[in-house]
Design a protein around this ligand. Structure first.
Ligand SMILES: Cc1cc2nc3c(=O)[nH]c(=O)nc-3n(C[C@H](O)[C@H](O)[C@H](O)COP(=O)(O)OP(=O)(O)OC[C@H]3O[C@@H](n4cnc5c(N)ncnc54)[C@H](O)[C@@H]3O)c2cc1C
Length: 316
């Protein structure tokens, strides 16, 4: 079922999760345990991130060697598991960076055969690796280009012009939004205009980047509505669960951690840091629900410990 249909039919706010596939060569057992920990909360859908190849430099006897590695393949396999073993709608993330449009089309064809109805279209960050475009291959630059490609497939228009009577796909497409603006955008207004272009191209809903101060989310929703974006905007939340995240989250995601939360984490004994993060996120969720959000999306990634603790404390 499509994410927008889940939202439309919901009689109470929905709780969804986002997880990452295992590292290359890793075991799927831990992931299965994670999914089983999440299934208990009856999520209508679970997102699975995608990871492009990255460039690494390694010291070898022959000198510094440039290597290209894709650390986390397996998005499609994890989606097939979630959808078919657990009967939960899987939302694979589809990227521009690291993939040709032709590879993206193949990926979408396979997702369709697996009965997957939803995709989240994001650009991906620059990993230092640019896929060489040989033999007439092409690439999507911005997420809006990817949304247009998926929308075209939904109308039966595949990349090959000579493909006759192609079956239209029927994907529900989500897009990413940034309450504290995307780090490359010159200002929030310009970024919101770029988000509007994704919605006009076919994105049916938005999931936000994590934020730790709800005021950013409420102001962002107001800015989107003022710009004419009418689709659901699902707040994405991350539960801060370790002291090093005070530095890594702002560095990796370009979001602020409010002083009260940072102070609470810094002054807590090690064994109480998770409780500080859970308590903060609980208050965020309570306020968001009280203000009528349609759904809350948790960036769970690899461990359900924090989100289980939080969901055990609120009535959803
Ligand atoms: C919910 C969510 C899920 C994510 N999942 C993943 C994942 O699975 N894997 C992963 O690698 N990354 C993921 N990301 C991170 C994301 O790929 C990065 O934040 C990336 O830098 C931007 O992606 P985007 O889709 O917002 O890009 P875009 O919408 O393309 O925007 C990127 C930047 O370009 C600007 N821009 C957009 N269109 C134009 C235009 N026409 N002209 C000029 N500027 C323009 C925007 O304002 C913005 O600053 C996710 C992010 C979110 C919010």
């Amino acid at each position: 079922m499509k994410v927008i249909d889940h939202l439309e039919r919901a009689t109470k706010p929905l709780i969804s999760f986002e997880i990452i596939p295992p590292l290359r060569g890793g075991d799927v057992k831990n992931l299965l345990t994670l999914i089983e920990d999440l299934v208990e909360f009856r999520p209508p859908f679970i997102d699975i991130t995608s990871h492009a190849a990255e460039v690494f430099y390694e010291e070898t006897q022959a000198g510094l060697q440039r290597r290209v590695k894709r650390k986390r393949p397996g998005t499609m396999g994890v989606c097939a598991l979630i959808q078919n073993k657990y009967g939960i709608d899987a939302v694979p993330h589809v990227l521009c960076h690291g993939f040709t449009r032709e590879e993206t089309e193949d990926f979408l064809i396979e997702l369709r055969y697996l009965g997957i109805d939803n995709v989240l279209a994001v650009r991906g960050d620059d990993s230092g690796y640019q896929k060489p475009l040989r033999d007439g291959r092409s690439a999507n630059r911005f997420a809006v280009d990817l949304v247009k490609q998926i929308a075209a497939m939904n109308h039966g228009r595949y990349l090959a012009d000579d493909l006759l009577d192609a079956e239209p796909s029927n994907f529900c497409v989500g897009a990413g939004g940034y309450p504290e603006k995307h780090f490359e955008a010159p200002n929030l207004k310009t970024d919101v205009r770029h988000l509007k272009a994704k919605v006009e191209a076919g994105a049916a809903y938005v999931v936000t980047q994590m934020f730790f101060d709800n005021r950013h989310y409420f102001a962002f929703v107001d800015a989107c509505r003022a710009e004419g974006i009418a689709v659901p905007i699902i707040p994405g939340l991350k539960i801060l669960s370790s002291r090093p995240q005070l530095a890594s989250i702002p560095r990796n995601f370009y979001v602020e951690i409010p002083a009260a939360l940072a102070d609470g984490v810094e002054s807590a004994p090690d064994e109480a840091v998770l409780d500080v993060g859970v308590d903060w996120a609980r208050r965020q969720v309570e306020e968001l629900l009280a203000r009528g959000v349609p759904s809350v999306h948790f960036y769970v990634m690899q461990s359900a410990a924090a989100v289980r603790k939080l969901l055990g404390q609120i009535d959803v």
